[in-house]
Design a binder for this molecule. Sequence first.
Ligand SMILES: NC(=O)c1ccc[n+]([C@@H]2O[C@H](COP(=O)([O-])OP(=O)(O)OC[C@H]3O[C@@H](n4cnc5c(N)ncnc54)[C@H](O)[C@@H]3O)[C@@H](O)[C@H]2O)c1
Ligand SMILES: O=C(O)C[C@H](O)C(=O)O
Length: 328
Amino acid sequence: MRTPVNVTVTGAAGQIGYALLFRIASGAMLGPDTPVRLKLLEIPQGVKAAEGTAMELDDCAFPLLAGIDIDDDATRAFDGTNVALLVGARPRGPGMERADLLEANGGIFGPQGTAINDGAADDVRVLVVGNPANTNALIASSHAPDVPDDRFTAMTRLDHNRALSQVAHKAGVPVSEVRRLTIWGNHSATQYPDLFHADVAGSPGGTLTADTAWLTDDFIPTVAKRGAAIIDARGASSAASAANAAIDHVHDWVHGTPAGDWTSAGLVSHGEYGVPEGLVCSYPVTSSDGAWHVVEDLELDAFSRERIDASVAELVAERDTVRSLGLV
Ligand SMILES: NC(=O)c1ccc[n+]([C@@H]2O[C@H](COP(=O)([O-])OP(=O)(O)OC[C@H]3O[C@@H](n4cnc5c(N)ncnc54)[C@H](O)[C@@H]3O)[C@@H](O)[C@H]2O)c1
Ligand SMILES: O=C(O)C[C@H](O)C(=O)O
């Protein structure tokens, strides 16, 4: 039996946690040959519910589940961790924008970044799911100076998957035939789902973009505002689809993306596509040898550039806000 991989999940007793933990333990994230030890972090009020979830995990008798630790202390929860899923945060309620959450959630991600810096394994990979995910990842990364910044990522895979489905519905093809979509920018309503470089069942995505009314009035806003639509419909933010996207993100980070395709992830910018360095921005990305790589040299027309710039401007504003609050 291989040495178990330590996977820390914060907010383990929450909605996403409940949809996520069983799939991690089943091998869906790291593969059928990789045992996992789950390290669950909750606030004190959430520990009892996390214990209940741990009882259920036990009751599944997952062959790959090597153990479960539950803690309300970040230092212990991130000690030796290889994969850290930072889910725990306050979810957005009806009528709230992510910007409202900056102050509420910013204070969580600094101390967690410090704990990762001080105690995580050398190969740690961090995925921030809790909103506002991009800026929370920026805060965590800025508190972890000893961890390479390419290990801190923010989740835009849910937006990517939403876009795949919308395009598949429009084109009447299976989602498996939609490739090379991109989510640019922030995981927020300003994000830009780009299908100009996509391949849709062998045809260029540009064929669909010719229907400009669909592109601007349907596709882009449907994807960008899907989180709010789910909240309106369910009365709670998306959970199973978010957990699924987190599984996809880490799976591809570890195992690689398929040849000829790419996905989307929020990475610390090193200036690619003119995005200011240090912002955590969603890009088209491939994964190989356990690392993300931004797909470079895509041509962007004025339509795309304007939308990317608007989302990046929001990231700049969020960064400036958390700077002014002393959170980075
Ligand atoms: N990036 C994305 O695509 C995406 C998608 C869906 C939801 N989200 C975000 O994910 C987050 C979690 O959503 P949810 O539906 O699971 O919320 P939830 O309220 O059901 O669960 C959050 C859990 O986090 C815990 N928590 C709070 N502060 C914590 C801390 N400091 N340490 C550890 N645990 C802590 C809470 O006790 C709670 O159990 C929210 O911020 C939500 O907006 C992001
Ligand atoms: O939109 C939200 O606040 C929840 C989440 O980020 C989502 O995209 O579903």
